[in-house]
Design a protein around this ligand. Structure first.
Ligand SMILES: [Zn+2]
Length: 223
């Protein structure tokens, strides 16, 4: 390989230091506020937390079970779901019964795969849609697919979100997936609005009862 003249090396070194300086100058952005990420709640109370995502599929059996049993749930519905009259009518009784409403972005964007400006629009608009129906300050963000990183935490903070809520248990139908062992106090349980959601709820409620655990309101434990 041809050796570079020394003067050229110095020139390249200068360029590198300039570009390094320009990178350094943007690092204060990384020091902007970012919000914590929660997989489960540290508590000695014998409680679990039920969260239900998406909302395209309306499962009446599941909704009526939540209402009749008074189960505290957190709804992470897509923002655009709240704008569909049929869906809004379906989910509003849960909000009126005290469900916590979270933010699942406006269009279910995978936040780590879109531009920063698109991520901001998705999070801020999703928050606005959720606040419009709930009358609650919506501060809990559940990123679609659980896809998030430091950048999305900073963007979420700029949209007034105070926490990224993930999960340590997921349920599909009657299948409960944990990181090992049975349900335990503080678990945040992920479910989806699916045709089998009522089966998931029945299974989790019976398993929780067997273990002396009770569903509680997540927002009460995330102050
Ligand atoms: Zn989702």
């Amino acid at each position: 390989m041809r050796e570079l003249p020394l003067v050229h090396v110095k020139f390249v070194a200068t360029l590198l230091s300039i570009s390094l300086a320009s990178v350094m100058s943007v690092t204060p952005a990384l020091a902007e506020p970012l919000i914590p990420v929660t997989y489960s709640v540290k508590t000695n109370d014998p409680v679990i937390f039920i969260t239900i995502d998406d909302g395209f599929i309306m499962n009446t059996q599941a909704r009526d079970l939540i209402l009749s049993e008074g189960i505290p749930v957190t709804l992470f519905l897509k923002g655009n779901i709240w704008k569909q009259p049929r869906h809004r009518e379906f989910f509003t009784p849960l909000v009126e019964a005290g469900a916590t409403v979270g933010n699942h972005t406006e269009n279910h964007a995978v936040l780590t795969k879109v531009s920063a400006s698109r991520a901001k629009t998705e999070i801020c608009t999703g928050r606005d849609s959720a606040e419009a129906v709930s009358g609650q300050a919506v501060t809990l963000l559940r990123p679609p697919g659980g896809a998030q990183n430091r950048s999305t935490q900073i963007i979420a903070a700029s949209c007034g979100q105070t926490r990224v809520v993930l999960w340590d248990v997921s349920v599909n139908g009657e299948k409960i997936a944990t990181y090992g062992g049975p349900l335990k106090a503080g678990d945040i349980i992920l479910m989806h609005w699916r045709k089998n959601l009522h089966l998931s709820l029945q299974k989790v409620l019976s398993e929780a009862k067997r273990l002396g655990l009770t569903p509680a309101n997540l927002s009460d434990y995330l102050q």
